[in-house]
Every structure is written in C-alpha cells, then in structure tokens.
Ligand binder design. Sequence first.
Ligand code: FEO
Length: 171
Amino acid sequence: MLSEKMQSVLNKQIRIEAESSQIYLAMASWAELQGLEGVSQFMYAQSDEERMHMLKLFKYINERGGHAQVSELNAPPLEFGSIKEMFETLFKHEVFVSGTINELVHIALEEKDYATHNFLQWYVAEQIEEEAQARTILDKINLIGNDKGGLYLFDSDIKQLTVVSSVAPPA
Ligand code: FEO
C-alpha cells in the first residue's frame, strides 16, 4: 500500500510525464512545419515514449492500492526558435525530469517504501539514456552550425535514431 505522501508525489510525476509528452508533440508539429521530417518523426516518437512513462506510473499507483489521477496540463510553447534551441530546450527539460525522479527516489527511501524505490530504478536508468541521447544530438547540431546541407543530412540521419532504452519496456 502506498503512503499518502508517496501517492501524491507519484501523481505529480504523472503530470510531469504527461506535460513532457505534450511538449514533444508541440516540437513535432513545429519541426513538421519547418519541413524537418526526420526531426518531426523523432519528436512524435519521443512524445509517445513520454506517454508510456506516464502510463507506467499510472498502472503502478493503482496496482499498489492508490488512485492514479488525470490532471490538467500546462500548455507547451508553440514556437521553438531554431532546431538548436529546440534541442537545448529538450535537453534542459530532461535534466529537470531527472531531478524530479531523483526527488522521488529520495522520498521512497524516507518513506521506507522499497517497492517504489525498486520501481523507480527503471526511470533512473531511462533518464541516463534520455540525457545522453539529447547530448549526442546537440553535439551533432553544433557540428553542423549553419550548414544547410549538414542540416538536411542530420534530418535524414535522425530517422534511423529510434528511441531505445537500455532497459525493458513496461509490461
Ligand atoms: Fe519521461 Fe523524458 O522523461
């Protein structure tokens, strides 16, 4: 059984993951309008991935006798400036999410909730993966600079980059 506090902070995380999904969906739309088909495809997949993160928490809360809640979400931005700025925003957002996961791990230990602590390890591993991926992409974008041909190749390359996590997907 989840403590009230654990349940409440896990529900807050549901909202964060759902908002992440919306942010990446907005990025997919923006990239699509810029004609960046590969980047857009990547962002649609990223958005789906965040929904999966959200659902995994959702199921876990209900499984442990809690009540998973659907809450209102903040609207994401519509414009992202440049492709570089967009991926910088994505990277910063993932660093923020990693911080919120770390905080959950800390609370699980405080609450002596070892099941939730164990459950959260999947997210800890996932965040390492997501931050590393965002950093790799940003390095590439920095290499390209203002080279239009480079951007074209990058957009085509990123299609191959399927979002694979180092750990098994949720059951
Ligand atoms: Fe679910 Fe990208 O953090």
